[in-house]
Write a protein that binds this ligand. Sequence first.
Ligand code: C2E
Ligand code: MG
Ligand code: MG
Length: 656
Amino acid sequence: MGIGSFDFRAFIIFRTELPKSKFKCILDFKFSFCITIFLLYGTLGWIFFLLLILIVRIGSAFQTHSVLTGRQLTFSILVSFILLVTSISIGYMAGKLRSNVAKMREIFNNNDITFWSRDSRTGKVTVSEGNAKIYGVSREEFEKSPNLWFDSIHHEDKSILLDSLKKQESGKRTKVVYRIFRSDGQLRWVEDRGTPTFNKKGEITTVDGVLFDVTNQKKTEKHMHKMAYHDSLTELPNRNWFQSYLASTILSAKKHNGSIAIMFIDYDNFKKVNDTLGHNAGDILLKQMAIRLQSCVRKDDIVSRQGGDEFLIMLENTSAEEVEEIAARIISTMNHPYKVKGNEVFSTPSIGISFYPEGGNTAEALIERADFAMYLAKERGKNNYQFYNEELNQKMKRKLMLEVRLHKAVEHQELSVHYQPQINLTTGNLAGAEALLRWKCDLGIIGPGEFIPIAEETGLIIPIGEWVLTEACRQTSQFRQNGIDSFPVSVNISSKQLMHPHFIGRLENILNEEQADPSLLTLEITESSLLFYEDAKHNISKLRKLGVGISIDDFGVGYSSLSMIKNIEMDELKIDQSFLIDALESKRISSLLETIILIGKNLEAKVVVEGIETAQQLELLMKHNVFGQGYFYSRPLPADEFEKWYHRFYTKAKIN
Ligand code: C2E
Ligand code: MG
Ligand code: MG
């Protein structure tokens, strides 16, 4: 409640409680005025009444004409009646007023509020009874010890009081909040308001004020502050606090040329833990992460939780070497397993680092750049740290830009599929075609090498991949209708698509809708997707049952081991073009290429060599009885150009 609403009542109580002070007690005055009027009217009423009786009696005693006329008698009765009623009402009001005053006095005496007055000439302070509740000493004792009130103020807040005293002496009203120690040692927060009173000459005679205990209010404020700036799970400062603290640290670093480093930490497979073991387990893990992070940094470094599994660390006055040392320590500490609800859990960190002033001079810029660098750490295999640099910034900005546009690509009909022929190198006939996705938007032609990873990261690969499959199946029928002999079409699919729970169902629908022959469809899976072979195994065998071919793409540059290859049910092995490029230069590589071809053949797979660009490369492969694909035959072409290529190719073959 605002003190404004107390003012009048406070004034009354103040004066009733300090009747001996120089103040005239308005309330007492009103009260005694009521009583006086009550007595006066009551007495007059009775006198009138008695006189009336006397006169009537005298009249009847002498048996003469009535002393009073009838009108006079009525008038007299009326007057005495009015006087009596008035005196009773006033008495009632006075009683009411007194009980109200007593109530109000009780309220104020029982609340932590005190009224004070300081004589400007003598400096003497008088206070109300409520003072005892706030300071813990009686009113008399308080008034007797002139230094007590100042001594009880917290040393850090004394200057606040001295400033307010100066203001009061210059005739200004004051309102200050400060801490005091009660006589029992308890720390209390008080709000103190003072108002100077002037005499006719304009001199300050007294300063009157009210002081009340705001400790509870402060506690609530503190709690609210904690809620607004604290992460209740980890007990670390939260994002809001970190941002504003970083902003003020930047300001002071600007003044004394200080340096600041920001680390953005994201845990690599936290989501998996959350999804498999539940949110409660996730919370336990986050708490443990917070503790470990704190153990890795220096005493004054600040660790904060941004939300989810993201943490920020601020390191002041440090060097790149020291930051690197701390980042390495965080990685090694975090690589130890966590114990969560009886399970051993692993969650490695990806760390992005930005520096002030090189990486920006606002809190937002530094955090954003550390975040960018963290993404780079993720891209570079996770469980590592990366520093922010401008090149990375540009790369990330473009990525974000492409991500926004890619969302609309299908809808805006910006995607198309190109076809690259595959040739049976022994017979020289068309053996198939690979469908390769193309994207042309207002930024120009974007290569699949750039947008496919974005589509995979954002999950857009699912709808886009379905669109490619539909388009390829539709085009295969179209080729046939246009008089081209049937040939298998290979479509690249990413591991995300392969492992999607609805993938097989969607593919069956597409095959049905497009009336496509499953045996004319081959799905190319990159070798790196085989890392998740255990998860994909189920879908791969379902696909083969459907009659769809499986091809292992870019073989030789991924991470698969031979034992993994041995377990895969595959129909085709595509050897990465890097082998062919180097085979002509190096005997070792050409032997390696031959060995891989043999492996494929021994696994009864169709072996396709990618990237044939020259006649020498073709010659090298001819003796191996394999299939090939490359610019030597044709670049990937739009469907209509592919048809033209096809007719040209066979016309030429017939002539030869
Ligand atoms: P990939 O599946 O290995 O496709 C072969 C890539 O090699 C194609 O690049 C093709 O244009 C290129 N290429 C073919 N012959 C030659 C040659 O003689 N010399 C050289 N230097 N390159 C040749 P492209 O079209 O840029 O595609 C790159 C990668 O993008 C593909 O590699 C594939 O992994 C991915 N990709 C393309 N389309 C799709 C798609 O629809 N879905 C998915 N998931 N990935 C796709
Ligand atoms: Mg491919
Ligand atoms: Mg390939």
